[in-house]
Design a protein around this ligand. Sequence first.
Ligand code: URA
Length: 425
Amino acid sequence: MDIDKLINQRKYTYDELKFIVDSYMNNTISDEKMTLFLKRVCKKGLSIKETIDLTDIYIKSGSVVDLSNVKFPTVDKHSTGGIGDKVSLIVGPIVAALDIAVPKMSGRGLGHTGGTIDKLESIEGFKVSLTNEEFINQVNDIGCAVISQTGNIVPADKKIYALRDVTGTVDSIPLIAASVMSKKIAAGADKILLEVTGGSGSFMESESRARVLAETMVNIGKMVDRETIAVITNMNQPLGKYCGNALETMEAIQTLKGKGESDVTYVCCVLGAYMLKLAGKGDDIVANMKLIQSKIDSKEGLKKFKELVERQGGDITVFDKPEQLMKARVKIPVEASESGYIYAIDAKNIGQAVVNIGGGRMKKEDSVDHYVGVEVLKKIGDEVSRGDILMYIHANNDEMARKQVEFLRNSYKYADSSIKKLTSK
Ligand code: URA
């Protein structure tokens, strides 16, 4: 097949998509050429049939985890990415404390959004690659495990995801759907809960696009007999107070201690409630939410997270002193440029600023500074006076951080009259 001609085609057969993916996997085509294909998909889209084909091709690029030896019902959870979205770190252990197995394969940061694996790696010693046997044993022993997309699980998505991250080719419903669902299906769980973020900090800036993405993924789940529920969450501002890997891990621990921000706790209760429903523990979402909250109150979720960290080699002293994760060298304030009521925040800029100061990747090979990030003090609906501190930048490079101040200041918009506070409902 002629790859240049293929890339510019309007429609693709299964074999043609497979040829493109295989060619990239065996290095017959370069990053540049693959980027042309990805850009074409971002611009023109793919049909649902092509999206399902691409998902299948991704899955078959590697092996599939066999969870048949896991003793409990298995439910996986995945977010399509957000700013300050530390929900997986919180809800996974809580649900595991309710005798549901949560075997989780997670990704690293993508574009302006963070990834669960980078967050967990901010805990000294935390090991994100386990053998298949270790993964299953751990899920059987403690109910949860988190691994990165290592070994031979969906290697095509792994390689293409890293390329998309640095080539501006993340924002595409079929590419996101194939990427997420291939990983979830290959990771083997019986049921899948998707947190589909919509708003200025997510890849789907409008709720209607978030809905299309959610429906696409639920349809893919249906095609392969994996019951899938998608919950659309509001990402028009960062979730919680902290953005950045270690800072978010600290906030996750604080939330599990019952000291979390109300928006984070609320989203965790909703998503956890749907995970319980998927696991057959009851269809009453309000009752399920109360059960999730009770596992925060009783600290059983916290205990489970600690067990998970210990089992995967991480330093558990962070549970006694989560503030030790706040160790960036400088803390620079960003002040409000006007007085008024905050009516909008460009959350994507906050994620981008975290990347700019080293908290995410600009190139595939980049390493991440786990400790940098942003602490958000003012959110939508808050009244501020000119000069009030909106946020702090936590950074290790003073100059890099100062360059973000204006960018972040301009990410806030103000109104003269009061604005309703944003909930995550
Ligand atoms: N999360 C993923 O796993 N893949 C994407 O493409 C976007 C978010």
